[in-house]
Design a protein around this ligand. Structure first.
Ligand SMILES: Nc1ncnc2c1ncn2[C@@H]1O[C@H](COP(=O)(O)OP(=O)(O)OP(=O)(O)O)[C@@H](O)[C@H]1O
Ligand SMILES: [Mg+2]
Length: 239
C-alpha cells in the first residue's frame, strides 16, 4: 500500500504584477505524490511547474488551497516552523542551483548539514563527489564551476542531507546525457530503494517516460495525470 506524502488541494497562486492587476500562475491544482515513487511534472515553459514545486515544498505559500507534506498541513506552520520542517524533511534542487558563490563546493555541501545539526561522514561526502565526477572540484569556489558541475554539487548537497521528500526542478537541464542518466538513476534509487518521495520537473521525454506517475501542467492547470496507482495503469488524459 503506497503512502501519499505530498498532497495539494485546489492550490492557486496569483502574483500582483501591478496595483490593479494580477496573474494567475496556478489555478486549482490537485496533486499527489507517494513514498517509493518518482512523480514527474512536465509541460510547456511558463506553465507553472517551478511555481508548483515551490508551493508543494513550502518555499512559497499558495494564494488559496492547501498543501500537506508527510501529513503536516503547511499552512498551519509559522514561518519559523515551516523553515525547520523544510530543513528536517525536504530537499530541493533548484533549476538555478542556488549555490553560494565565494564558498567551495564542499563548503556548500556542508552548510545545510550544519544548519540542520546533521552529521555525515567525510567518507560519504567524498564518495558522492567521486561518483558524480567532482573529486577534483571539491575545494573549488562554486562560481568557477560549469553549470553542469554546479548542478551536481547541488545534488550532492541534497543527498547528504538525506531528506524524506525530494523536489528536483529540471535536475538534468545542464548535464550531458551520461551524467543526466547518472543523476536520474540516483533519484530513482532514492525512491525505489530507499522509499523516498521524489517529485521532479522535466522537459525530457525519456525522463518523463521513466516516471512512475506523470503530471502535465499547462497554463497553471493539470491537463493530464498518467501512471500507476497500486500497480493499475491509470490515465485521465483530457483532450
Ligand atoms: N514572482 C512572480 N511574479 C510574477 N509572475 C511570476 C512570478 N514567478 C513566476 N511568474 C510567472 O508564472 C509563470 C510560470 O512560471 P514558472 O517558473 O512556474 O514556469 P515553468 O513551468 O517552471 O517554466 P520553465 O519550463 O520555463 O521553467 C510564468 O509566466 C512566470 O512569468
Ligand atoms: Mg521552471
Amino acid at each position: 500500500m503506497e503512502t501519499i506524502t505530498v498532497r495539494s488541494r485546489d492550490v492557486t497562486k496569483r502574483y500582483a504584477v501591478r496595483r490593479d492587476m494580477s496573474v494567475t500562475v496556478l489555478d486549482g491544482i490537485d496533486f499527489e505524490a507517494s513514498g517509493g515513487r518518482v512523480t514527474g511534472i512536465t509541460g510547456p515553459s511558463g506553465g507553472g511547474k517551478s511555481t508548483l514545486l515551490y508551493c508543494l515544498s513550502g518555499l512559497e505559500r499558495p494564494t488559496t488551497g492547501s498543501v500537506e507534506v508527510l501529513g503536516q498541513p503547511l499552512e498551519k506552520l509559522s514561518k519559523r516552523a515551516l523553515l525547520l520542517f523544510r530543513r528536517q524533511h525536504i530537499g530541493f534542487l533548484f533549476q538555478s542551483y542556488n549555490l553560494i558563490s565565494g564558498m567551495s563546493a564542499k563548503a556548500n555541501v556542508l552548510l545545510p548539514l550544519r544548519l540542520a545539526h546533521k552529521k555525515v561522514s567525510t567518507e560519504r561526502i567524498d564518495s558522492l563527489f567521486e561518483s558524480f565526477g567532482l573529486s577534483a572540484q571539491r575545494e573549488e569556489d562554486v562560481s568557477h564551476l560549469s553549470g553542469g558541475e554546479q548542478q551536481r554539487v547541488a545534488l550532492i548537497r541534497l543527498l547528504v542531507s538525506d531528506p524524506e521528500v525530494i523536489f528536483a526542478d529540471e535536475p538534468t537541464g545542464a548535464l550531458d546525457q551520461e551524467m543526466g542518466r547518472r543523476v536520474i538513476a540516483e533519484l530513482d534509487r532514492q525512491a525505489h530503494q530507499y522509499g523516498k518521495t521524489v517529485v521532479l520537473v522535466t522537459h525530457d521525454p525519456a525522463i518523463s517516460a521513466s516516471c512512475d506517475v506523470l503530471y502535465t501542467l499547462r497554463d497553471g492547470t493539470v491537463v493530464s495525470r498518467q501512471g500507476a496507482a497500486d500497480g493499475r495503469a491509470e490515465s485521465r488524459e483530457s483532450d
